[in-house]
Design a binder for this molecule. Structure first.
Ligand code: UDP
Length: 323
């Protein structure tokens, strides 16, 4: 298939591009390089630099390249930033997405796989969470993604768009060539590994009094290669759907640091900090629906494999894509 990958220069998008090409698909990347890196784009892909806000350019690109499907990664994805600057989350994640859908409608492209998030659920009452969990986000990031899921449902009804919403839990790990490099790093695992590399003095642990066994937040870490395979399986779907993508296993911040110490054989000092605004104490997925309906399996998502792959990538690229 010819697939337009928005955000294909970013962390998850670039690994997915790599896996799409390996599976024999043709990839066209659309990315404004605000977070992504040109050198993360697989060399076999066509690269178009553009912003989702640029409706005309996007429309022309879709009409020219005529993708058969779109995988829509481009967007803003940081909870704390969304609590300070909600406006950019609605502009990029909602308006940008609408521009993309309108371009798809005008070119007759119907299939879209959308990067949604467990942050659309908010504070779930039962764990692990399945897709029936009420969606009550507690931060603008989660809300902006929920709004776009709802926009997709209407475009499905009115324009015949076929959306698959993949609600990611915590993407992590690396492929042999591509890993996680944000210009301002806020994510736990890269921060832990940058501390192991000596680039940071200590890991800040946000909140030690959450309602969890050791008081630190629990997340479900999913290997980026397993996330990529969920997208590739979803390309074959012919009807709309919503799926969680996680492992069903949750690890606390302190447990992640403990396993990272074992993998890296480094001390990794840590220091308690106040909880971050908008952070749910625990988010763990039930992915039974994805396993049942798409035949997906998490093959690489043990925490030790995730940390080992991420550590190998960080050691090989101590300055990320700036090398
Ligand atoms: N976290 C932390 N220290 C860090 C980064 C993150 O304690 O340097 C915590 C954060 O509060 C959250 C968890 O680790 O509970 C995962 O955060 P991350 O930003 O990686 O992903 P999120 O779950 O926010 O998407």
């Amino acid at each position: 298939m010819k697939v337009l990958v928005t955000g294909g220069a970013g962390y998850i998008g670039s690994v997915c591009g790599e896996e799409l090409i390996r599976a024999g698909h043709e990839v066209v990347v659309w990315d404004n390089l605000s977070e992504g890196h040109r050198s993360a784009v697989p060399p076999q892909a066509v690269f178009l630099q553009g912003d989702l806000a640029d409706r005309d350019l996007l429309q022309r690109a879709v009409l020219e390249h005529r993708p058969e499907a779109v995988i829509h990664f481009a967007g803003k994805a940081l909870v704390p930033e969304s609590m300070r600057d909600p406006s950019s989350y609605y502009r990029v994640n909602v308006m940008g997405g609408i521009n993309l859908l309108d371009a798809m409608v005008s070119s007759g492209c119907r299939k879209i796989i959308f990067s949604s998030t467990c942050a659309t659920y908010g504070l779930p009452e039962k764990m692990p969470m399945d897709e029936q969990t009420p969606q009550k986000p507690i931060n603008p990031y989660g809300h902006s993604k929920l709004v776009f899921e709802q926009v997709l449902a209407w475009y499905a009804q009115i324009h015949g768009i076929v959306p698959t919403c993949l609600r990611y839990f915590n993407a992590s790990g690396a492929s042999a060539e591509r890993g996680e490099h944000h210009r301002v790093e806020t994510h736990l695992i890269p921060n832990v590994l940058l501390t192991a590399l000596g680039q940071r003095k200590e890991v800040e642990v946000f909140g030690e009094n959450h309602a969890t066994p050791d008081g630190t937040c629990i997340r479900d870490y999913i290997h980026v290669k397993d996330l990529a395979s969920a997208h590739i399986l979803a390309l074959a779907r012919e009807k709309p759907g919503h799926f969680n993508v996680g492992t069903g296993n949750g690890y606390s911040v302190k447990q992640v640091i403990e396993v990272a110490r074992k993998v890296t054989k480094k001390e990794i000092p840590m220091r308690g900090q106040p909880a971050r605004a908008g952070d749910p104490p625990a988010l763990v997925a039930s992915s039974h629906k994805l396993q049942r309906e798409l035949g997906w399996k998490p093959n690489h998502s043990g925490l030790e494999e995730i940390l080992t792959n991420a550590w190998d990538w960080h050691r090989a690229h101590p300055n990320g894509y700036a090398d």
